[in-house]
Write a protein of this length. Structure first.
Length: 337
């Protein structure tokens, strides 16, 4: 249920609603907009009646939210959530480019990648230290050593870092280096991990499960939000379909649908979606044109020798071209890079 206050209702009236929410044994979620305040009521509201709040002065309307996700819902929080990081504003009019290699492979490799990325004007550097792989025999990342290399990159180049965390016990260690903690497609429904990142004070990038619906994605976001971490961004990274030419199928419809359902920033990962470097530019342009707030792209200084996901990693030259192309697309949809 949400309580929508009248335009410019004074703080005492908002407080009276919040007090009533507590008295009734629920948890309030307050969203203060430029004009009006919306108070979400969290808890089992089946037996709660609208008139418990309608009679309070300053209340305009009380609306029952039938969607299973609450704090993630745009009903609870009508304005876009904007997450500031290192001078960027994720979820604003600015289109955010996150790129870098699939995995941290060596000091030379990650430094070369970061240098090219910084020169091209990218915003947030990505690289995996802990890699969830389909086969246990594949390269599973450098782990803690990879994280230390990312810490070096961060201080050498002044770049913000996004990197994956795979288990609850890794959260403090990864949060010590990362500016954004990534939850990968395979862990979207690892509820202990979602709870763990919900308790920290760092933004989280939550990727859509490769076989998950948009509602399941939003319910996973709800775990993080309801544990107290409101800085969550979502990422469409391709889902399984019958098509086999592409690694997955990029579900671009997720962008406008999620934008309607939630206030959280929406990113697109074209790399894991299609699996081939030659198709990244077209899908990236389409993602920005459809309203995505940013991209997560794999770029490797030498894709031909990459240890993981070589076929889909673009070269630094292709990344520079991508940045130039996206500048024009962003402008066409009234945004900037
Ligand atoms: C990644 O971004 O490094 C990754 C492993 O992606 P996904 O979880 O989407 O497969
Ligand atoms: Mn990868």
């Amino acid at each position: 249920m949400i309580v929508i206050m009248r335009s410019h209702a004074p703080q005492e009236q908002v407080q009276a609603v919040i007090d009533r929410v507590h008295e009734l044994g629920f948890r309030p979620h307050v969203s203060t907009g430029e004009e009006r305040t919306v108070i979400g009521i969290i808890g089992d509201e089946r037996h709660l009646q609208e008139d418990a709040f309608e009679i309070i002065e300053g209340v305009e309307r009380v609306v029952r939210v039938l969607k299973p996700f609450k704090i993630a819902s745009r009903d609870f929080h009508p304005e876009n959530t904007v997450i500031p990081i290192n001078g960027c504003r994720i979820g604003s009019k600015q289109v955010i480019l996150m790129a870098g290699p699939c995995s941290v492979e060596s000091r030379d490799q990650v430094f070369e990648a970061a240098e090219a990325f910084k020169e091209a004007g990218g915003h947030i550097f990505r690289a995996g230290a802990f890699k969830p792989r389909t086969s246990p025999y594949s390269f599973r990342g450098l782990g803690e050593q990879g994280l230390c290399l990312l810490a070096e990159v961060k201080s050498a180049f002044g770049l913000a870092i996004v990197t994956e965390v795979m288990a609850p016990e890794q959260v403090p260690m990864v949060a010590g280096v990362a500016d954004i903690l990534q939850i990968g497609t395979r862990n979207m429904q690892n509820y202990n991990l979602l709870d763990a990142v919900g308790r920290i004070d760092k933004p989280v990038l939550l990727k859509r499960g490769m076989m998950s619906t948009m509602e399941e994605l939003l319910m996973s976001a709800e775990y993080i939000l309801s544990s107290g971490n409101e800085r969550v961004m979502l990422c469409e990274r391709g889902i399984r379909t019958f098509e086999t030419y592409t690694r997955n199928t990029l579900d671009l419809s997720a962008v406008p649908v999620l934008k309607e359902l939630t206030h959280l920033p929406i990113l697109v990962d074209p790399s894991h979606a299609c699996g081939k470097a030659a198709w990244i530019n077209a899908l990236s342009r389409a993602a920005i044109a459809s309203g995505a707030d940013g991209l997560l792209v794999e770029m490797h200084p030498h894709p031909e020798v990459a240890i993981s996901d070589g076929a889909q990693q673009i070269s630094p030259q292709a990344f520079r071209e991508l940045m130039a192309d996206l500048e024009r697309v962003a402008e066409a949809v009234d945004r900037s890079l």
